[in-house]
Design a protein around this ligand. Structure first.
Ligand code: OGA
Ligand code: NI
Length: 321
């Protein structure tokens, strides 16, 4: 299969506004939860990440990936599992896929104070010498994503019948990763796709940049549907950790990034997912409220977020067993 032969239908994911949360947190939680239960995805406008900060981040991202290959490779951390710094083009492979993905990326993690108890599980960041201002921009963006993520998690908690601050201790000093993604122009005859079908590992993913076509979700009936967010909106999806925690009440939906129509193949695609992770020692233990006679506990054995992440990174070729 070369690529999707015809344009897919668009997923009817409603566009929500995070501004609505303060006026009516219950209604916002119901809308977000409903979108997740139906699609595993939500589209969220007015997410609070400042537009000028995002614009700066795009400029930095483009400038970094435009550097010569050997300069970028200097920031590849051998044996680091892609956790920080640069991961070259054609490294990652979706679980069970036959081709590597047509992407290169940069990972930024949380800045921890020296001697922090999670130092062993969360590697320190590395920073490129250029473009200038890269470090400051992405530390600021990481914090803005953190804030947006906390607000979304409080809505998810409400939707699940938990206290709105239930996730606060779970994600405090969490192992979240901000990924800057570059999908270079695609050759007309490329057998690979930009990102093969996969599920995200973390709790939720907050994605900027999906206005450039390509992102598709696998609907419950087996149909691939395009995700077309309005300009500037965030695409938010449930990851495997939240699916496991909620006994599949909130589904982690398979998605991919297909190659564009021929007239867009000469263009790069850039995106910025923020993979929101719990703290490494958070125990992913099925929420009792999600267990019922019809939906018995699928995960009787709990696992820490750190162990779960390790298992999954081995599967996608980023970490050796
Ligand atoms: C991912 C992902 C989507 C995109 O990096 O896990 O699904 O639009 N990215 O780049
Ligand atoms: Ni993904």
């Amino acid at each position: 299969m070369l690529d999707t032969p015809t344009a897919p239908a668009t997923a009817q994911v409603p566009a929500l506004s995070l501004n609505d949360q303060s006026a009516d947190p219950v209604a916002f939680a119901a809308a977000l939860g409903g979108s997740f239960e139906r699609f595993g995805f939500a589209v969220v406008a007015d997410h609070g990440v400042p537009a000028d900060l995002i614009a700066r981040a795009w400029a930095m991202t483009e400038a970094f990936f435009a550097l010569p290959e050997d300069m970028k490779r200097a920031y590849f951390v051998a044996g680091g599992g892609g956790a920080r710094g640069y991961t070259p083009f054609k490294t990652e492979i979706a679980k069970g896929a036959s081709h590597v993905d047509l992407k290169e990326f940069w990972h930024i993690g949380r800045e921890l104070a020296n001697g922090h108890r999670f130092e062993a599980q969360m590697s320190p960041n590395i920073w490129p010498d250029q473009p200038e201002g890269f470090r400051e921009t992405f530390i600021e963006l990481f914090a803005a994503f953190d804030t947006a993520g906390d607000r979304l998690l409080s809505a998810i908690a409400r939707h699940l019948g938990l206290a709105p601050d239930w996730f606060d201790p779970a994600v405090k000093d969490g192992n979240s990763v901000l990924r800057l993604l570059h999908y270079p122009p695609v050759a007309a005859d490329a057998p690979e796709v930009r990102a093969g079908a996969h599920e995200d590992i973390n709790l939720i993913t907050l994605l900027l940049g999906a206005e450039e076509a390509g992102l598709e979700l696998l609907d419950k009936n087996g149909e691939w549907l395009a995700i077309r967010p309005p300009e500037g909106a965030m695409v938010v999806n449930v990851g495997d950790m939240l699916q496991r925690l909620t006994n599949h009440v909130l589904p982690s939906t398979t998605h991919r990034v297909v190659n564009p129509a021929p007239e867009r193949r000469g263009h790069s695609r850039y995106s910025m997912p923020f993979f929101l992770h719990p703290a490494p020692d958070f125990l992913i233990e099925t929420l009792p409220s999600t267990i019922s006679a019809e939906n018995p506990n699928r995960y009787p054995t709990p696992i820490t977020a750190h162990d779960y992440l390790h298992e999954r990174l081995v599967e996608i070729g980023l970490v050796k067993a």
